[in-house]
Ligand binder design. Structure first.
Ligand code: AMP
Length: 530
């Protein structure tokens, strides 16, 4: 098979885009690096900073100075600049990767200056600045976005699916049903939906089909509403690097729940920004151990991981400040829903999101050690994020000793005799030989999938912890839960392979779950009878 040079370039580029082993700087998925280099986004990361991309071997294109705001942003500190979606901003200083200094050129805040989150803007007149451009959006996600409140007949978006780089599709809402059209490209770079008419740019294509249907099911009317603004990287320019914040800047508003570490509150930072505040029960962990771990946790940034914003570690209790998730833990969310709104396709997607967060940790050689539905949090639109990664490592189970790190291998932990473990989630080699690796996280992920498909049922419902430990020695595994598609159960069983090396990687788990969407959209519900 011979390939043209342009095809080779495109394949190389698409390989780089999707290859999980391409170096990524934590905390800047999809964004330009601080040195102006382009950071290849994670396959599953939301594109948060849509800067210009360089082809391999070529220097990065110059950065634009004028940007368009993609979302509204309300200043959180006196140094910040507020702006509205669509406002134009001149960026004056990009020396920090996540927060830029800018001047508003248009809008309510014109002529004011201050810091802006870099992932809220895109270069003026670039494709990323178009309100209808949704990069890294899968077909099913496009359908959900268009069917959400606020869209109307003819609402549309153009998406580039990262699993098929270069493949563009137009998704349109037609009387409540979403229809998809392939946008093809000719050798001369022109775009077309129907060969009858070609366009030199996507903007021209959109303008044309905004005036006439010309074969589409409906004329394009409004860009699909951009649902939720992305998380900023850190709370503000000032806290991005300096993460110890004064306790007085946090106001506790309401108790959200309590977990093994202590109570969790909804809080307000600096009287402006909603956050979650995890209070660590005094004596539960050594504060030096915790701070060392928190240094690592803060660097782990991915759209499917709860972001650690800051800590208050002077005095007790220690506060951990993280992003706030509207629906709380996945376990409670599923138990409340019981299948009323959450369908099998949502459950599969939830599993895929957790696998995506864990695939990132896997790449960073980081072990969660307590992966379970109680440690996954849910936001709007069923967005799931993995929480509490790393905390189990520094947590002292009450009166039962603590975990010790094996210094020879960062990825293996040993556990002192008598330490409390979540037995039903813990892999046999971790239970019996005290070995915790990313593969013991994979075992726990299989249990988490069980929790997801059973709407939060406790695993091994008829067995005590002691019985589970005993039965696992005899290779016992849970049976396929009622209403669980066989393909999902097969994935669980892969995760529960006796030998850790035989278990899949999180990267494989992620694509296997995501592939459910591509195979046959109706298949999930058809398999409910298994
Ligand atoms: P945990 O200590 O993590 O087990 O949290 C206890 C409870 O607090 C959870 O079950 C959630 O309902 C709630 N919670 C914890 N973290 C957050 C968060 N970041 N956003 C919203 N709710 C949270």
């Amino acid at each position: 098979m011979s390939l043209r040079v342009s095809e080779v370039c495109e394949r190389l580029l698409s390989c780089c885009r999707t290859c999980p082993f391409v170096h990524r700087k934590p905390g800047s998925d999809g964004s330009d690096g601080p040195d102006g280099s382009v950071v290849i986004p994670n396959k599953h990361a939301q594109t948060e900073t849509p800067g210009p991309r360089a082809l391999p071997g070529l220097p990065a294109p110059p950065r634009a100075r004028v940007y368009t705001a993609l979302w509204d942003y309300s200043a959180r500190t006196a140094e910040d600049l507020s702006f509205g979606a669509g406002d134009q901003l001149e960026v004056l200083d990009q020396s920090s990767p996540d927060w830029w200094f800018a001047r508003a050129l248009t809008g309510q805040f014109a002529r004011r200056e201050g810091y802006i989150p870099a992932n809220y803007v895109a270069p003026l007149e670039s494709l990323h600045a178009e309100r209808w451009y949704f990069p890294d959006t899968k077909r099913m996600d496009a359908e959900k976005l268009l069917q959400a409140e606020g869209n109307q007949h003819g609402s549309f978006l153009i998406r580039e699916c990262e699993s098929q780089p270069g493949e563009l599709s137009l998704s349109v809402l037609d009387l409540g049903v979403v229809k998809h059209y392939k946008i093809k490209r000719l050798d001369n770079g022109h775009y077309f939906v129907s060969r009858r008419r070609e366009f030199t740019t996507l903007q021209e294509l959109v303008n044309y089909y905004g005036t006439t249907e010309d074969g589409l099911c409906v004329r394009l009317t409004h860009p699909c509403r951009k649902a939720i603004a992305p998380q900023t990287h850190g709370l503000s320019y000032n806290t991005a690097d300096q993460w110890e914040i004064p306790r007085s800047s946090i106001c506790l508003l309401r108790r959200l729940g309590a977990g093994q570490f202590g109570e969790v509150y909804e809080g307000l930072w600096n009287s402006t920004t909603s956050v979650a505040v995890k209070t660590l029960r005094p004596g539960n962990m050594d504060s030096q151990d915790f701070l060392r771990e928190a240094q690592i946790m803060k660097k782990l940034r991915h759209p499917k991981l709860i972001q650690l914003y800051a800590v208050c570690s002077v005095g007790e209790p220690i506060y951990i400040i993280t992003e706030l998730m509207t629906h709380g833990s996945l376990l409670e969310y599923l138990q409340k829903d019981k299948g009323e709104f959450v369908a099998m396709c949502d459950q599969v997607e939830m599993g895929a999101q957790v696998a995506a967060g864990m695939a990132y940790l896997e790449l960073q050689n980081y072990i969660h050690r307590d992966l379970a539905a109680r440690n996954v949090l849910v936001g709007e639109n069923n967005i799931c994020k993995v929480a509490d990664f790393g905390l189990a490592r520094v947590f002292k189970a009450e009166g039962d000793g603590d975990y010790e790190l094996d210094d020879d291998d960062e990825r293996v932990y040993e556990v002192k005799q008598g330490t409390k473990l979540p037995v039903k989630w813990t892999a046999p080699e971790a239970l019996h030989e005290n070995k915790f690796t990313i593969k013991s996280d994979v075992w726990s992920f299989g249990i988490l999938l069980y929790e997801i498909v059973t709407f939060g049922q406790t695993p091994y419902p008829t067995l005590t912890n002691a019985q589970v430990m005993q039965r696992l020695r005899a290779n016992y595994r849970m049976q396929c839960p009622a209403n669980c598609p066989k393909r999902i159960y097969d994935i669980m069983m892969e995760c529960w392979k006796d030998s850790p090396v035989d278990r899949p990687t999180f990267e494989t788990l992620q694509w296997k779950l995501e592939e459910f969407y591509d195979v046959d959209i109706n298949a999930y519900d058809d398999t409910r009878n298994y």
